[in-house]
Design a protein around this ligand. Structure first.
Ligand code: 23J
Ligand code: MN
Length: 257
């Protein structure tokens, strides 16, 4: 049997399962809050075109409006100034093959429960590699924080007087992942950088360094607790928006068992 027909029969038998890493997308989906000097990104609004009525007796459809970076979404390298001149850096030009890869899932949920400002370090990634093997080039690096379990938007955004508090990456951890040549990183939080990352050096290291290296981002993922540390296959392909900096998307993982 060819490997693809094996895969198809494993899907049919349930030997391979599909896990949805996507949050529902609705008008109440939270959006990132930036300092007021910057333009805000609007959340989803939905306007009905018709619903089996005078505007369309046999059909239902809507118009949707939202920022590209709303809900479970994809960050393209062109999103950040450091990635603006790279080849194949936008939603319509990224080869779809770069959106598909094995997942390395690092569970830092206990650390994030103890400290909402938890930052993953190179040591922590190397400890994971000592247990599970070196991160292969072309992998998605997924950080399991269990942040997606914060179903109340206020606790998900976790904004205090000094700004948002949510976990992320230390700059040297981002550098290590670039060295490993990952496809990109995926997180459960509103963005791929920590809530306090605007004050890091460089600011927003996951955006500044990852996108500068042509790497991708996935934000607001869920169900990472259903994935094994290694062995899942993740498909995360954005809408092919011309000159798009990112897009909401459906993120799908295939796992064994
Ligand atoms: C713009 C500015 C800062 C950040 C972001 C966007 C995101 O997190 C995003 O969705 O790309 S941190
Ligand atoms: Mn984004």
């Amino acid at each position: 049997m060819s490997s693809l027909s094996q895969f198809i029969s494993d899907l049919a038998s349930g030997a391979v399962r599909v896990v949805d890493l996507t949050q529902p997308l609705g008008p109440d989906t939270p959006v990132i809050g930036l300092p007021e000097i910057f333009a805000p990104s609007p959340g989803l609004s939905v306007k009905q075109i018709s619903r089996y009525d005078d505007d369309g007796p046999g059909w239902y459809w809507n118009t949707i409006t939202m920022g590209e970076h709303t809900g479970t979404h994809f960050d393209a390298p062109v999103h950040w100034v450091t990635g603006k001149d790279l080849p194949e850096n936008r939603c319509d030009t990224i080869p779809v093959g770069r959106c598909v890869g094995p997942a390395c899932v690092v569970d830092v949920s206990a650390d994030c429960n103890a400290d909402p400002d938890f930052l993953i370090t190179p040591d922590r990634i190397e400890a994971w590699e000592a247990e599970h093997g070196r991160i292969a080039g072309g992998s998605w690096f997924l950080m399991r924080t269990d942040w997606s379990k914060r179903s109340d938007p206020a606790s998900f955004l976790n904004v205090a007087a000094d700004g948002p508090h949510s976990p992320g990456f230390r700059p040297d951890a981002v550098e290590l992942l670039i060295e490993r040549d990952v496809l990109g990183v995926g997180v459960e939080t509103i963005g791929t950088d920590a809530g306090q990352a605007g004050g890091f050096e460089p600011p927003f290291p996951n955006h500044t360094l990852m996108h500068g290296a042509g790497k991708l981002g996935l934000a607001s993922l869920t169900n990472l607790d259903q994935l094994p540390a290694t062995g899942a296959l993740v498909v995360a392909a954005p809408l092919r928006i011309v000159d798009g900096s990112g897009s909401p998307l459906r993120v799908v993982a295939f796992i064994e068992g």
